[in-house]
Design a protein around this ligand. Structure first.
Ligand code: UDP
Length: 237
């Protein structure tokens, strides 16, 4: 078996990826497929943490100004990430991968509180750690959370799972002339305003020299392929 390209990673999965063909919520077969993919990747000598988004349930920015403050909306969004994480934790355990959700927001009846030490302990014991509740602060995203946790946990990259096989100069679904990049720097991604991640996430990644690998989670085995340095992906940084 070839050596993996990475040893310790955060996989960022958007809420949208969990809704599969639906426009809202969790599509159970898609959840099971993603869980099976992550569980299979444990065959490699790689430590895996996961940050799940919440956009399939709630995004704070969508309700701000409509009778709900941005701060409250963002709190609702962070709670959505906890729901998704718990669903993925259960699916991972069913797929044979021990997993543990740690939330940045304290909710002792629901899951453990995130601390770096606790996360390290679970990772060292071979569990997949799901970092829920975003950063625990409004006005941030789960992309920023993924880069932040990757830096805190000493990871060597963030694997950003999307519905397309890399970074394009424009939306490939809308623009047939969109150019796909194999690799680019954080600075290029920021300067070209490529919206694969928000600017805060890119800036944090640039500052901490954290590579972001953008790949499609739609194909079975995609996580293992990226971890092996195979498959189609764009490397940012
Ligand atoms: N959120 C937040 N702080 C964080 C992370 C997330 O307030 O640190 C809220 C924010 O409202 C965001 C929502 O949670 O829109 C869901 O996260 P995100 O939009 O990143 O999910 P994704 O697009 O990856 O599904």
């Amino acid at each position: 078996m070839p050596e993996p390209a990475f040893r310790r990673v955060i996989v960022k999965i958007s809420g949208e990826a969990l809704s599969g063909p639906e426009s809202f919520g969790i599509h159970q077969p898609t959840l099971e497929r993603i869980a099976a993919d992550l569980a299979a990747a444990r065959a490699l000598p790689v430590t895996i943490g996961v940050v799940v988004g919440g956009g399939n349930i709630f995004r704070g920015v969508e309700v701000s100004g409509r009778g709900v403050s941005r701060t409250t909306g963002d709190t609702m969004g962070m709670l959505a990430t906890v729901m998704n994480s718990l669903a993925l934790e259960a699916a991972l355990e069913r797929a044979g991968a021990p997993a543990r959700t740690l939330s940045a927001l304290e909710m002792p009846q629901v899951c453990e509180l995130y601390t770096r030490q606790r996360a390290n302990k679970h990772l060292a014991e071979g569990r997949i750690v799901l970092f829920a509740g975003g950063t625990g602060n409004p006005y941030f995203t789960t992309d920023t959370t993924a880069v932040l946790r990757a830096a805190e946990m000493g990871c060597d990259s963030v694997l950003k799972a999307t519905n397309v096989d890399g970074v394009y100069s424009a939306d490939p679904k809308r623009d047939s002339n969109a150019k796909r990049f194999d690799a680019l720097t954080h600075q290029e991604a920021i300067a070209r305003d490529l919206r694969v991640m928000d600017m805060t996430a890119f800036a944090l990644a640039r500052e901490n020299h954290m590579p972001i690998i953008v790949f499609s989670i739609r194909d079975a085995g995609a996580v293992t392929a990226v971890l092996r340095g195979e498959g189609r992906a764009t490397r940012v940084g």
